[in-house]
Design a protein around this ligand. Sequence first.
Ligand code: FEO
Ligand code: CA
Ligand code: CA
Ligand code: CA
Length: 673
Amino acid sequence: MAKKDLNPRYQDPNYEPVVNESGNTPFASVLASRMRRRTVMKGSVGAALAGLMATTLVGCSDDEDGDNAGPGDTAQASQRELGFTAVAVSTLNEVVVPEGYSAKAFVPWGTPLTGTLPDFLPDGSNTGADQEQQVGMHHDGIHFFSIDLKTGGDSSAEGLLVMNHEYINQDALHAAGATYVAGARPEDEVRKEVAAHGVSVIHVMRDSRGEWTVVHGSPYHRRITGATEMEIRGPLRGFDKLYTKFSTDGTRTRGTLNNCAMGPTPWGTYLAAEENWHGYFANGDANPPKEHQRHGVGDASRYDWELVEGGADAYVRFNATSIGASAIEDYRNEPNTYGYMVEIDPFEPASKPQKRTALGRFGHEGVIFAPVTEGQPVVCYSGDDSRFEYIYKFVSSKPYYATTADGSLLDEGTLYVARFRDDGTGEWLPLSMDDANFVAKMNAAVTTGMVGNISFDEPFASQADLLVNTRLAADIAGATPMDRPEWGAVDPVSGEVYFTLTNNSRRTEHQTNASNPQGPNPNGHIIRWQELGGDYAATDFEWDIFVFAGEEGTETVVDGEAVVTLDADNHFNSPDGLWFDSKGKLWIQTDGSDAPPYQNNMMLAANPATRDIRRFFVGPVGCEVTGVVTTPDCRTMFVNIQHPDGFWPDAGSERPRDATVIVTKDDGGVIGS
Ligand code: FEO
Ligand code: CA
Ligand code: CA
Ligand code: CA
């Protein structure tokens, strides 16, 4: 998310705080000895940026018929080609798409969905109870599940649109913004704010005229909010650091918050990520535990829910200060029940969401699954979007079989963290108490008593203790601190895994390395890797940089040759959302400032084989363009617009409404073709 719509009372230090002070610089002195390719960035004036390290590419081929692992690609090569004329940057307060395409806002914040179907009231006077039955705010990650998916179908005319509501704009949400009565928050305002978060499941259908509509009265419609009861699953289920007054055995919690990106699972469920959840809690203890410190939980919360009038338990739980006699008499451990990937089955409206703790506890931006193979482990990747945080991979212990696969596959396995070497190779470091190397490093850290600036005077007591402290474990393992990993995507043709590194204003020149070669990194870049032998479960990989973002003239240079020179058709900054459609086109969404030369945030399409990149979509003023999916036939695209300014999408109203935008090609063709 971009720093927008945050309560001005909530000060900047808790927004994506730099809490990794571990100083991991695993390859400061390691230089490539067998480089085959060097990828460097050049600035717009053509001069190489000073201090850039070389990066290499060993196995990542630009050739469609190269020796990469992955399915055969000949049939798909032409489908990756971009067939539209790029759109220019824009400052308009509307969505811009190429000639021959149409865009239309759909399911904006406040759309009635369940129960009594309360109408959206444009003066902000809807109640908390209303909001619980309406689409939430600040749309982000989104996926389309064909309605017949569970029976092997791939309908492009009817499905469940599932989306996250990352955070809120209190000024837009309420008639007169957030209010306080003698320092307390009115309970219904808090109820409404909690309800505007979470996830919406929306049953949608295309009618005979080709118009998408919300299916009236569908039993699939569902709101999951910051209050919905959830199960803790995996190694942290029942762990004592998750005991609370609400769940004295550490098996349940309430709500999911700050759901940024997502990932559909191979078995047809949805995983919502919990990203900047730390900001919802306040801990006034003099010495907060490392489980809070390493995430930046501070003594004030973003929305002051814990200051609710009347002291309802549902909201005072956001006070993580030790005020009771023990952990089961207060909410000191409530923040330890957040920081996970949350599994939701959109086809089972009565199902309880499941927090899958084996995937680690951090600021999950999202998750991306590798293609599955019968009898092989399930593999997924997740980035931790804060400055100098890491990229993780989970490999299940149990093999995947299509007929029996379910979320329990995510409860047992190995969590790894990425180390990118300067020579273009990399390795996945296991975060495991069963790994002798990890245990040796952990014991060495205990000897020094510190990990970064966090006291570490005894080893993790168990794998559960390690996982609740995933970031610290990754520090100990020697992972590579990245420039804010956002979304990942897996190329269906080559099998390469792509991740956006959105930017990093705090990296110094001294802290650069080949995978994060700019200090500071104002515009971001996109990194990619190929697992050794094409085996997603492998512990070694080879990586390179796909493209450096920046203004016109920014070059991505491989072996002295500019493979991309950004121009008027494709200059962009702060890549964030990233998604491959089934044809193998890569969609890149931005979350930068609205300043020139980039202007409003945008979405570009890329042909990964040729690095042809073109601007396809520009959002309205003030927004972040985040979340994209198409129907399986690639003929309807859903794109989310988060935190627009006023007068969008309702031209007559100054109250902004986050919304999904439906993009179609006027001739009914494949989007981007
Ligand atoms: Fe919610 Fe990292 O964007
Ligand atoms: Ca966002
Ligand atoms: Ca972002
Ligand atoms: Ca994001």
